[in-house]
Design a protein around this ligand. Structure first.
Ligand SMILES: Nc1ncnc2c1ncn2[C@@H]1O[C@H](COP(=O)(O)OP(=O)(O)OP(=O)(O)O)[C@@H](O)[C@H]1O
Length: 261
């Protein structure tokens, strides 16, 4: 086995138990084998970067882990619970949050109202969403909006935000369910360099102060290498490499398949 071993070995060697432990995850779309029997672990409080060429299966794998996509085969344990048969909403109630490649906010609601909509991932039913949020929920929404640096935009329509601000708002919404793990899918896409730095800062603060683990799917190599504790490289639906950023940077197979010379 090379220095860049399977993710389970990496999680074990870090001395921490897995928060997320996926084994043999596979998903095909017709004849396209998007994910081919992948093992994937995330330790509590770890930031894992998931990178790879276009079409290598990153979003599909993320969808299988978050339960947005039904796997063909495989098993996903989260926080010791088998969530393989659960739907995304149920997985979210167990402590998973996520954002999507294309931003999913409510453009005709204010920033504040969008933050409160994040409650739905906590299992708050739609009917209950018509009732005023309780004091703790309102306090948390205010805290997160402050943390993301846009209290002055609290009452702005979300549809009027810049692309980067929308991404930050999605992170606020994902955080409203009190997740232990948040998955970000191409969070820097369409975001200006200043807000990319802000996003990096907020992810680090949430990780450091609240112990939130992250899986971050990214094409922005500079961003991912500067934030991830560990990087997993997918290629053609399989794990090509898995290791510390400095090892991944020097891995010849990764350079050839993805990073370039
Ligand atoms: N719903 C779908 N129906 C059919 N094929 C799909 C579907 N979703 C993904 N695929 C295919 O599965 C493969 C993996 O796609 P996926 O989006 O997971 O890759 P990716 O690494 O996230 O790509 P990108 O970096 O371009 O977003 C691709 O060949 C893609 O065309």
């Amino acid at each position: 086995m090379t220095k860049l071993q399977s993710s389970s070995v990496a999680a074990e060697s870090s001395g921490t138990a897995s928060l997320l432990c996926a084994r043999g995850v596979a998903k095909s779309f017709g004849g396209i084998r998007a994910v081919r029997g992948v093992d994937f672990d995330v330790a509590a409080g770890e930031i894992v970067g998931l990178v790879g060429p276009n079409g290598s299966g990153k979003s599909t794998l993320l969808g299988c882990l978050s339960r947005d996509i039904a796997m063909d085969t495989g098993k996903v344990l989260f926080n010791g619970t088998d969530i393989s048969g659960l739907r995304a909403m149920q997985a979210a109630r167990n402590g998973m949050g996520r954002t999507f490649q294309s931003v999913r906010i409510f453009p005709e609601l204010s920033v504040w109202e969008n933050a409160l909509m994040g409650r739905q991932w906590k299992g708050v039913g739609l009917r209950s969403m018509l009732c005023p949020a309780d004091a703790a929920t309102r306090r948390r929404a205010g805290e997160l909006i402050d943390l993301m640096g846009f209290p002055q935009l609290m009452h702005e329509y979300a549809g009027n935000l810049s692309g980067g601000q929308m991404r930050l708002l999605e992170l606020v919404m994902a955080m409203m369910s009190g997740p232990r793990l948040v998955m970000l899918d191409e969070a820097t896409s369409g975001v200006n360099p200043t807000l990319i730095e802000s996003l990096k800062h907020y992810v680090k603060v949430l990780n450091r102060d609240e112990g939130v683990a992250f899986i971050i799917v990214e094409h922005n190599i500079g961003f991912i290498f500067s934030i991830a504790d560990r990087i997993v490289v997918l290629d053609d639906g399989k794990i090509l490499a898995n290791g510390q950023p400095e090892d991944i940077r020097q891995n010849q197979e990764v350079i050839v398949a993805y990073l370039g010379a």
